[in-house]
Design a protein around this ligand. Structure first.
Ligand code: SF4
Length: 437
């Protein structure tokens, strides 16, 4: 029987989907992607933008005509009734019960064995509450790197955001369990682990923080296991975290939601840092890593964003030369303080600013790639096509390896020198000195 786990949104959702897919694979189901026919679809939704919700609705409509469709994730948490109207054979599993999906495969097998249909089996599934940290994928059906969820929820209340409404207060997986799970992933052959959470820098922020967790992990993991962070909110990046990030096993790739280069707008939307503090953090990151890949999120057209505020955002981006920009035109979300603001920016201005920033982001990405030529680095092999291996470098570039080791395998770490930017394939060429770690 085929199962498709379709994921929208952040890396945390991807991590949770991996674990769900893994639990089905272990029970003998075949994991397929959305282009193939499936008997069961699990749609892991996101509520960050109205676009993500639109896409979820479109896919749910399509899937519901093909098979039993189960909807979960942040959007399902806040709009269950609306989603149930999208088609036949739909079942919504709210976030509080999402981790229960790890037991769904075994339940379906038992129910089918007892003569029930797939829809009956899915509908009769236990609705007990589960811990959000039950996700512990032993193998990853869609990725060659391991994801490890260490945090959920968020104690901030940024005025445009409804993720914290869906996910609730910040909670952290205890350090001993994180270390135990990371060691298990290492023992099963993963050479890179990405730590994920809704607001990762809020990990245990009232005590040792994310820095303390990284120090504990780095002490226990071997010298060849790499760690990467899914993203870092600026307001909890402290000295301890920066010290831990200096370890060579921490990958030189940082994703920071900045949202605006104007202090006035940051205050308006209830973000808890200033641009001066942020710039200090960026300078520190550049001191501890050589030319790290720093990706930044920005929202254009936030309520009250004047020409002056916009100029401050642009100036920040120019000055910082980020490697990549994720640009979101502001879309008012229901149930947030900014749903109907009086100081709304005209949509045409918002969209023009988004286009301008996206164009600038494309240029900065080209510049970043160009200056990697001649540098050396490490790559995790991901897939093989036409005799060449493709992978992801420590600084998060897609890499084609022209001279792959004969003994290459998915998930293997190799090192070498970046040889050229390959414009057509949108990748950097990489010449490998066959070294296996
Ligand atoms: S930090 Fe702000 S934007 Fe991010 S999840 Fe928390 S409330 Fe939402």
């Amino acid at each position: 029987m085929n199962v498709c786990v379709y994921t929208l949104g952040c890396r945390l959702n991807q991590c949770e989907s991996e674990a769900i897919a893994d639990s089905f694979a272990q029970q003998g189901f075949t994991i397929v992607d959305e282009r193939q026919h499936s008997d069961l679809y699990i749609v892991n939704t996101c509520t960050v933008t109205s676009k993500a919700e639109q896409k979820a609705r479109r896919m749910i409509r399509k899937f519901s005509q093909e098979g039993v469709t189960l909807i979960t994730g942040c959007y399902a948490q806040v709009n269950e009734e609306e989603l149930l109207t999208l088609g036949e054979n739909l079942i919504v599993v709210p976030l509080s019960k999402k981790a229960q999906l790890l037991k769904l495969a075994a339940h379906i097998n038992a129910s089918l064995g007892a003569g029930f249909t797939l829809l009956e089996a899915a509908r009769s599934f236990s609705d007990e509450e589960a811990s959000p940290f039950d996700y512990d994928a032993a193998s990853f059906s869609y990725h060659s790197r391991a994801y490890l969820k260490v945090q959920d929820g968020c104690d901030n209340s940024c005025a445009y955001c409804r993720v914290h409404i869906a996910r609730g207060k910040a909670i952290s997986l205890d350090e001993a369990t994180v270390v135990e799970r990371a060691l298990a992933l290492e023992a099963s052959g993963f050479q890179e682990i990405m730590l994920t959470g809704v607001n990762l820098t809020m990990y245990d922020h009232k005590r040792e923080g994310l820095g303390g967790l990284l120090q504990a992990l780095l002490e226990r993991l071997s010298s060849s296991t790499r760690l990467r962070l899914s993203s870092m909110e600026p307001d909890h990046i402290d000295e301890r975290l920066l010290d831990a990030l200096a370890d060579p096993r921490m990958q030189p790739h940082f994703h920071i939601p900045i949202q605006s280069g104007s202090d006035r707008i940051l205050r308006r939307v209830d973000r808890h840092y200033t641009i001066e503090e942020l710039v200090r953090i960026l300078e520190r990151l550049r001191r501890i890593k050589a030319d790290p890949f720093i990706a930044a999120d920005f929202i254009t057209g936030l309520p009250g964003e004047s020409d002056e505020d916009w100029a401050a955002t642009r100036a920040l981006v120019e000055a910082q030369q980020f490697a990549s920009l994720h640009v979101f035109p502001f879309s008012p979300r229901p149930d947030t303080p900014l749903f109907n603001p009086s100081d709304r920016v005209a949509e045409s201005v918002r969209d023009e600013r988004a286009k301008d920033l996206r164009d600038l982001g494309a240029l900065l990405f080209e510049r970043y790639r160009a200056r990697q030529v001649g540098q050396s680095g490490e790559v995790i092999l991901q897939n093989r096509k036409g005799g060449a291996w493709y992978g992801i470098s420590g600084n998060y570039l897609e890499v084609k390896i022209d001279d792959p080791p004969a003994f290459g395998r998915e998930g293997m770490l190799v090192s070498g020198t970046f040889s050229a930017v390959i414009a057509k394939e949108n990748r950097i060429g990489f010449v490998v000195e066959a070294k296996v770690s």
